[in-house]
Design a protein around this ligand. Structure first.
Ligand code: GAP
Length: 472
């Protein structure tokens, strides 16, 4: 299993991901995508978008991040989108109370104090109110992980929504929230989309966009951040048929991750024991990250909670009229909700490989290779003139410009050819196209495939089709 630090350091060195506002010391919980990261991000979102909306029954939208504040009262976020927060009086460290306990349980397990860990787990499962967290922390003398202090404040609720103001006056009447999920933009547009696209239940609405949560503790690189993107789809169904559709979407979403090249043994379903206030069934798709299993996507059967709540708060009926069966009802919803950045991190960790290979001089060396699915790789091909003379650069440049019309391609002339292959392996470029002496004579080039390192010699006017075929 690779270390998370190895992935983070490669991601920075090769321009996938940088710390936000790094020259000012960074901003906690925020990350910037560099030249390769943004391509990878775009390819992931494009694949999701195609799989979701290039079909008859799903429409796409792009709703605004700022929404009417009543939206969040109806959804329950104003009242309930909170985490239990506790402060340490000595270190002034601030923690999510449930995470503090969970991490202490992990520590106990690592030290083989299994009885105490089991006792704590039972107490944690039976938590009903905030004071229960406090009592656990005090009863078990759980220390601050940094200072070791056991001096704690009470546990308080902390709402995770960021607030800002519309217009020049910073007063409560002009306060709005940065959306903490994209789903609500879909519910409030349910009628608009259904009527304008003439969809009939069952149908879905998909959206990709930014979401913001003022997480108490950010952690594990892109896993828990304060600004992130979601790929969400809400599928509206007839009440009573929701579990059938729930199973369908659960399987579809797992298939997507497998199709994107993630190894089967690193993915699993995890059913929810405790259901959110709006759900009658829920499951997570989890990925085995270097730090353990973590949720990358949630599938919820959300009943008619959201449409009914928005009907109540807005006074506008959000119903479906089935003219064939002369029925009128509020549809139930199956939601698929994936994090783009958590997905990207899973693709990066899963595709990262270190191999022992033999270099041009017969010496063994380590090859770092990111085995992204070809269509997901940020750079599709590298064009490499073997030497920078004898007509090779001229032909190479012509090939490079031609390929750029269809693919993201890089041109690299510096260093030995073996070094250039390694540089491209490290960013996951599937094809390296080398222009050599023979190329100048007969117009053929070699195409080296990243994973097998096998080389084909093909005519330079066939490269586009060759790549299209392989990518498909
Ligand atoms: N609309 C349902 C919803 O938002 P969620 O489980 O809170 O459900 C869905 O979030 C997905 O969004 C998660 O599976 C995760 O991939 C991503 N996500 C949530 N919070 C995140 C955070 N703080 N940082 C990065 N991704 C996050």
């Amino acid at each position: 299993m690779i270390k998370l630090d190895t992935v983070i350091s490669l991601a920075k060195r090769r321009g996938f991901i940088f710390q936000s506002s790094e020259i000012y010391g960074g901003l906690n919980g925020c990350w910037d995508y560099g030249p390769l990261g943004v391509e990878l991000l775009k390819n992931i979102k494009e694949s999701w978008w195609k799989s979701m909306t290039y079909r008859d029954d799903i429409e796409g939208i792009d709703a605004s991040i700022l929404m009417h504040p009543r939206t969040w009262e109806a959804s329950g976020h104003v009242g309930q989108f909170t985490d239990p927060m506790i402060d340490n009086l000595t270190s002034k460290g601030r923690y999510r109370a449930d995470n503090l306990i969970e991490e202490y349980i992990d520590k106990l397990k690592k030290k083989n104090h299994t009885d105490k860990a089991a006792e704590l787990e039972i107490r944690l499962q039976s938590v009903k109110e905030l004071s229960d967290y406090y009592n656990i922390i005090i009863d078990f003398q759980i220390p601050d992980p940094v200072s070791g202090s056991t001096e704690w404040t009470e546990v308080r609720n902390f709402n995770l929504m960021f607030k800002t103001f519309i217009g020049p006056l910073e007063e409560s009447s002009s306060m709005v929230y940065l959306r903490p999920e994209t789903a609500q933009g879909i519910y409030v547009n349910f009628k608009n989309v259904m009527e304008s696209s003439r969809q009939k239940v069952p149908f879905g609405i998909a959206q990709i966009g930014k979401a913001f949560r003022n997480e108490i503790n950010t952690k594990n690189f892109l896993f828990r951040t304060r600004e992130f993107e979601q790929m969400e789809m809400q599928y509206f169904v007839k009440p009573g048929s929701e579990f059938e559709w729930y199973d369908y979407w659960k399987n579809q979403r797992m298939e997507w991750y497998l199709n994107m090249g993630i190894n089967k043994e690193n993915l699993k379903f995890k059913d929810h024991d405790k259901l959110a206030h709006y759900a009658n069934k829920a499951v997570d798709i989890e990925y085995q990250f270097p730090f353990g299993w973590g949720e990358i996507e949630g599938i919820h059967s959300r009943t008619d909670f959201d449409l009914k709540a928005h009907t109540q708060f807005s006074g506008k009926k959000l119903e479906y009229v089935d003219t064939v069966n002369q029925e009128r009802y509020t549809p139930y919803v199956i939601e698929t909700s994936g994090g783009v950045s958590r997905g990207l991190m899973a693709f990066l960790c899963d595709a990262y490989n270190e191999e022992d290979v033999t270099d041009d001089n017969g010496k063994s060396e380590k090859r770092v290779v990111i085995k992204f699915k070809h269509s997901v790789a940020p750079m599709t091909a590298a064009v490499l003139p073997l030497v920078n003379k004898d007509g090779m650069p001229e032909l190479a440049e012509k090939i490079y410009k031609n390929l750029q019309r269809n693919f993201k391609v890089t041109y690299d002339t510096s260093g030995a050819i073996g070094r250039r292959y390694r540089r491209n392996d490290e960013i996951g470029t599937p094809f390296c196209i080398t222009i050599d002496g023979q190329s100048v004579e007969d117009g053929t080039v070699t195409v080296r495939e990243r994973d097998t390192m096998a080389q084909d010699r093909i005519s330079n006017d066939k490269i586009d089709n060759y790549i299209f075929d392989k990518i498909r």
